[in-house]
Design a binder for this molecule. Structure first.
Ligand SMILES: C[S@@+](CC[C@H](N)C(=O)[O-])C[C@H]1O[C@@H](n2cnc3c(N)ncnc32)[C@H](O)[C@@H]1O
Length: 365
C-alpha cells in the first residue's frame, strides 16, 4: 500500500502594522499573500498560511512579520507573569519554528548570531528586562539554540521577540528585517517624509489599475510614488504612469535619488495650486500635503488646502479617486465642500507623534 504524507500544518504568523492601518494590512495579507486572518487587534494581525516562502517578505503595509511561538491575553501585570512567560517559552517546538525561519532567511555567513528582544507597553510590576530574561530562560531550557551561536545586541540573524501590550503578549521569530519598514530605496530621508508603510497603505486605497495615471502633487522625497511603482512591479500587471512634483528643489532632488532605480516616473518642480496639466488628465491623486505644524504660519493651511483641492478637482478625471493624509481634517473637509467629491473611507493614524487622518474621496463619473 502506498503511504501518502500530508504536509504538517504551518504554525500561525503575525504581523505588526501601524495602529489604524490594521484592516488595510489584513486585506494585503489576505489578497496578496493568500493568508487567512485569524485575529486583528491594535497594531497586530494574526494569520495562517498554507505555504511559507519568501513572498511573505514582500508585504508592504506591515512593519514586521513573525512566526508565532505563543500568545496570550492573560497577563496579570503582576510578578507571576514572569513565571508564566518562562513556562510558555518552553512549550513551542522551537526546532520546527527555527527550521521554518531558516527556509525563508538566506543562509548566514560564519557563526549564526541571535538576539532576544522585548517590547513592553502598559503598566506592569516587572520591568521589560525581567520579561526578556524570563522568555530567554524558557527558550534556553529547550536547547533549541546551539551553544556555539553568538548572542548579539543588534541585528541578529535569528531574532526572537516578545511584545507585551497590557494583558496581551505575543512571542515569535522575526522573519523580516529593518528593510520591511524602511525599504532599501529610501536613501534620502527628508524631514516630514512619509513612513513607507503608510504610503503603501494609501497606494492600496487608491487602487490604480494598469493604464491609469497616478499623481502626487506634493511628492516630497517621493515615498508615495515609490510605493506605487513597487506595487505595480510586484503585481506584474501593466504599467501605471506616475507623476510627481514639489515646490521645494531639495525635496525634488531627494525624490529623484530615491526613485531613480525603481522605474520611470515624471518629476518636475511645480506649485500644486497651479499644476501644468490640462483638465481631467489623471485617474488617481495620492498626497500628504504639509501638516499645519510643518509650516511657519499654521493658519495658512486653510487657503493652501482650498486652492490645492480646487486644482486637484480640475486635473482629476470624472470617476477618479483621491487619497489624502492630513492632520487638520476639518480644514480639508472645508476645502472639499466646494467640490462634488464624496468621502468613501477614513482611517485615523498617528504620524510623527500627532493624530492624522487618511481619507478616500470619489469624484462622480
Ligand atoms: C508632508 S511633505 C510630503 C512628504 C512626502 N509624501 C514624502 O514622503 O516625502 C509636504 C510637501 O509639500 C510640499 N509643498 C508645500 N506647498 C506646496 C505647493 N504649493 N506646491 C507643491 N509642493 C508643496 C513641501 O515642499 C513638502 O515637500
Amino acid at each position: 500500500m502506498k503511504s501518502s504524507r500530508v504536509p504538517a500544518e504551518l504554525p500561525a504568523f503575525y504581523a505588526n502594522a501601524l495602529p489604524g492601518l490594521e484592516s488595510i494590512a489584513a486585506d494585503e495579507i489576505q489578497r496578496d499573500l493568500g493568508g487567512e486572518i485569524k485575529r486583528t487587534e491594535r497594531g497586530l494581525i494574526v494569520f495562517k498560511l498554507e505555504h511559507l516562502d519568501e513572498s511573505i517578505l514582500n508585504l508592504r503595509t506591515t512593519e514586521d512579520v513573525f512566526i508565532l511561538a505563543w500568545g496570550t491575553d492573560a497577563l496579570t501585570h503582576r510578578a507571576i507573569d514572569l513565571k508564566s512567560i518562562t513556562h510558555w517559552s518552553r512549550k513551542p517546538d522551537w526546532k520546527r519554528l527555527l527550521s521554518l525561519h531558516h527556509s525563508v532567511q538566506p543562509k548566514t555567513k560564519g557563526k549564526p548570531s541571535y538576539r532576544f528582544v522585548c517590547q513592553m507597553q502598559g503598566t506592569h510590576v516587572y520591568q521589560r528586562k525581567q520579561a526578556l530574561k524570563a522568555m530567554a530562560e524558557g527558550i534556553r531550557e529547550t536547547d533549541a539554540i546551539p551553544a556555539s551561536w553568538k548572542m548579539v545586541e543588534e541585528n541578529g540573524w535569528l531574532e526572537i521577540w516578545l511584545s507585551i501590550h497590557k494583558e496581551r503578549a505575543v512571542c515569535g521569530i522575526r522573519l523580516s528585517d529593518r528593510t520591511m519598514r524602511h525599504r532599501t530605496y529610501k536613501t534620502e530621508h527628508m524631514p516630514a517624509s512619509l513612513r513607507p508603510t503608510v504610503a503603501a497603505a494609501m497606494v492600496r486605497l487608491a487602487g490604480a489599475a494598469p493604464g491609469m495615471t497616478v499623481l502626487d502633487p506634493m511628492c516630497g522625497a517621493g515615498t508615495i510614488l515609490a510605493e506605487q511603482i513597487e506595487l505595480s512591479k510586484l503585481r506584474r500587471a501593466g504599467r501605471i504612469e506616475t507623476w510627481g512634483g514639489d515646490l521645494d528643489m531639495n525635496m525634488l532632488r531627494a525624490a529623484v535619488t530615491n526613485l531613480k532605480k525603481l522605474g520611470p516616473c515624471l518629476l518636475a518642480r511645480w506649485d500644486a495650486t497651479k499644476l501644468p496639466f490640462g483638465a481631467s488628465s489623471v485617474e488617481r491623486i495620492i498626497c500628504n500635503p504639509p501638516f499645519g505644524k510643518q509650516i511657519s504660519d499654521p493658519e495658512s493651511i486653510k487657503p493652501l488646502y482650498r486652492y490645492f483641492i480646487k486644482e486637484c478637482n480640475r486635473v482629476l478625471k470624472p470617476g477618479g479617486r483621491v487619497v489624502l493624509l492630513v492632520s487638520d481634517q476639518p480644514a480639508l473637509r472645508e476645502a472639499i465642500e466646494h467640490t462634488s467629491w464624496s468621502a468613501t473611507r477614513q482611517y485615523s493614524v498617528e504620524i510623527l507623534g500627532q493624530g492624522a487622518t487618511i481619507s478616500v474621496w470619489q469624484k462622480p463619473a
